[in-house]
Design a protein around this ligand. Structure first.
Ligand code: NIG
Ligand code: FE
Length: 419
């Protein structure tokens, strides 16, 4: 079935962003169409009618006659339509909360000190291991609904709070169930068994678990599209990561890296060397790391909500952008370093503290974020033939979605399946 949205105050197609493959993005690349219209097809999945492909996009006044009878939603010039947002780095499936640690951090304790005392990732691992799959799913559903209300249509979800064969698979199984439950969203699943070393295994035993038990099972059951490793002091070394990511690639997974977050470990360079989809965080990336990324296809995924929440200096976004690196932005939603489901709030922080322009920000939460997941062939822009992932904003302009910072998305989202 065909449907149309007409008289959007503006439609941002992002066509120029795709044409430039996400680099050196300028204002004109946003593809702004005032008083715009989008025609798209829908398909039925499990009783739900969900948007499928974009048929046509352009000024409402130029809507071709052949769409005259298509059912239309008139936005009356009050709402903007942009490509569905892509949140390309989240740790969305977990149980428990760490508000006690937040209080400690506010009192001056550092993230590293808290982790060394048995808190941090280990604390969420305990809660996640104890929770049933049904409970994890219930918690994740609430979080996904909130994210989607901000216009997010694609969400990457990492495991990494199980740190045992059974609990890592449980987390990934939950992602598989969420995928069935939300056919209107695209989920990308990442195996992050190498998030930390569990307390109940030796380093060698856990590395063996990762290589011999987890990775083969994840690949065999196709539970993840990518494999990620947290490289930092006290976590995984560059050498351990290289070995695991090479093994993951051999098994058909793409690779990603939590790189240079707490310290400069040279992990951005490793990401570039391996042709990783993305190198994420990069708060402490060296000039050498920036140059390596610039010479690679790897997307730099910046997570400024995490720097904000850790009170750490931000990633050198302008340095990365001027070097010609593709930059994406994401929430990094997790219970420790960024307890925030709002991608628009992350965009506000990027505008103010990363010095990113609106065109760069749009590219960073759409096409480049899709590229960080290997989904750029279908997602991130509104163009005929590509996926009809549309974000209908409760504002007449894209900028307003992050100029108003910290707005609540409840009730703001338009469910395009109810056009
Ligand atoms: O992306 N850096 C590692 N992982 C998360 C934090 C995990 C946690 O504290 O629970 C991050 O910042
Ligand atoms: Fe993360």
């Amino acid at each position: 079935m065909l449907r149309a949205i007409v008289h959007a105050s503006e439609v941002l197609t992002g066509a120029g962003i795709r044409q430039k493959d996400g680099k050196n993005i300028q204002e004109a690349d946003m593809g702004r169409i005032p008083d715009g219209a989008v025609v798209f097809s829908t398909r039925r999945v499990g009783g739900k009618e969900v948007p499928h492909r974009v048929e046509w996009v352009g000024p409402t006044a130029a809507l071709p006659k052949r769409y005259a009878r298509v059912r239309k939603q008139d936005l009356k010039g009050r709402r903007a339509v942009i490509p569905g947002l892509v949140d390309c780095h989240t740790h969305l499936v977990f149980a428990g909360d760490r508000s006690d640690e937040f209080a400690l951090r506010c009192g001056g304790a550092s993230y590293e000190e808290i982790a060394a005392r048995g808190g941090g990732i280990a604390s969420t691992v305990r809660a996640t291991r104890e929770a049933s799959a049904a409970e994890l799913e219930r918690l994740a559903v609430e979080r996904m609904r909130e994210m989607a209300a901000f216009g997010v249509r694609t969400i990457e979800i990492k495991s990494g709070y199980g740190l045992s064969v059974e609990a890592e698979l449980k987390q990934l199984d939950v992602v598989a169930r969420l995928r069935k439950r939300f056919p209107e969203l695209t989920l990308s699943s990442t195996f992050l068994g190498a998030h930390a070393f569990p307390k109940d295994r030796s380093r060698e035993e856990y590395l063996e678990d990762l290589h011999e038990r987890m990775l083969p099972e994840v690949a065999r059951r196709k539970l993840a599209e990518a494999c990620d490793v947290f490289i930092d002091q006290g976590y995984f070394t560059v050498e351990e990561a290289r070995r695991l990511l090479q093994a993951a690639r051999k098994r058909g997974l793409q690779v990603k890296v939590h790189a240079d977050e707490l310290g400069d470990t040279g992990s951005a360079k490793l990401a570039a060397e391996l042709g990783a989809l993305s190198a994420d965080h990069l708060l402490k990336v060296s000039d050498e790391g920036v140059a390596a990324l610039a010479a690679s296809e790897t997307v730099a995924v910046l997570l400024p909500g995490t720097a904000f929440y850790l009170k750490a200096p931000h990633a050198p976004a302008r340095k990365l952008l001027s070097a010609g690196v593709r930059v994406a932005l994401s929430t990094d939603f997790n219970p420790g370093t960024c307890v925030c489901l709002s991608l628009p709030l992350i965009m506000t922080i990027a505008a103010l503290y990363l010095g990113m322009t609106r065109a760069e920000i749009l590219a960073a939460v759409t096409y480049n974020a899709a590229r960080a997941l290997g989904l750029q062939a279908r997602k991130g822009t509104i163009e005929a033939g590509r996926d009809a992932d549309l974000a209908v904003l409760p504002f007449p302009s894209f900028e307003e979605s992050y100029y108003r910072f910290g707005w609540s998305a409840r009730g703001a989202a338009l469910n395009v399946t109810k056009v």
